[in-house]
Design a protein around this ligand. Sequence first.
Ligand SMILES: Cc1ncc(COP(=O)(O)O)c(C=O)c1O
Length: 403
Amino acid sequence: MTINKEIIAELRTQFGDAFYLLDSERFINNFKELRNAFRRYYPNSNIAYSYKTNYAFPFCKIVNELGGYAEVVSEMELEIALRIGVNPERIIWNGPIKNPIILEKFLLAGGTDNIDNKEELEIVRKIACQHPGKTINIGIRVNYEVGDGVISRFGFDIETDEFKDVLHFVTATPNVHFKNFQCHFAKRQIQYWPARTQGMLDLIDGLDIVPERIDIGGGLFGKMEDSLKAQFSCEIPDYDAYAEVSAKLFAEYFQNKDKKPELLIEPGSAIVGDCMKFVGTVMSIKNVRGKWFASVLASQKNISMSGVNPPLVVININPEEKKYENLDFVGFTCIEGDVLYHGYSGPLAVGDVIVISNCGSYSIVMKPPFILPNFPILDISSDTVNIVKRAESFDDILHTYNF
Ligand SMILES: Cc1ncc(COP(=O)(O)O)c(C=O)c1O
């Protein structure tokens, strides 16, 4: 469905003055394009989709249908994957804190746990000990210098005795199947990618161990409009650029080796960022000491974007428009800084709609129940409207309180 004045007006009568639009077709294309970019260099590459970035069910289902993995970091995200019907063998559980009882069930069902710290190692050791007849799948989250100026708190520092202990456990325990090393570094700039890749290759080379998989994490930029790219101080690489500095190194390293482990990446933002838009209605326009403000049923909390002007299109619905200069679109919250867009110049009227793109990453998953419950999510990528998530009601938010 094309987003135009008529469609938006029709959706508004059915779903209210604000909603998200989810584009599952675009997500399918992004997933395939990114995986193919890596597979072109190293055929045994795959994607473990980061649920935390956006666990709207259509995205998670698509990943499963396309043969990707679910990358989860909590019991809740694990529950989502299981409800969607993901086979535990296709689920990778990362993260620093895991519920031991649920972890045990997960491991017995064939899931992979990437151990983050020595306390978790003891929990896993106990599980392995209690089920000697059952082989469990374990990986290790590793942490090494990539020159990004961050001392990451996640995983085992590979220079430590703790790392030696966990490595010994996963390689020498009869009922533990050592599945993979995994890492993740948050900075998306391409200059840190060769170091993260080379770090993994140096690690396995030094240890003379080739696990079944090597997982080099997420932290890639996705596709975005030029207006958004221009607001970053760094270059925004495309999928192929990331593949070239990682999958290509893998291909070269494993070229003459018999065992070619599966190379995993864990993107979230890179494939989902441009797959959601937010639509909000202009409710009032005012002038305060010479400055124009348009209040919109929307907020930074809905789109998790601040400090930039997101890609924005105004759809003029009310014919009584006037021309404004240097107008700020501001949100429904009572936060002074809740500015969705600074300095719009153009026609506008109350009742018009703004459509903000690139809202797929850390948006709905980070929306707090602040001032208003969240708005519905609609998938209009085919000819029909699919309600992915209905509007949250007051009761959805309030029913956990003990009145
Ligand atoms: C372990 C892990 N993998 C993958 C991701 C996804 O990151 P991004 O959305 O930046 O690709 C994150 C994000 O924090 C993460 O912690």
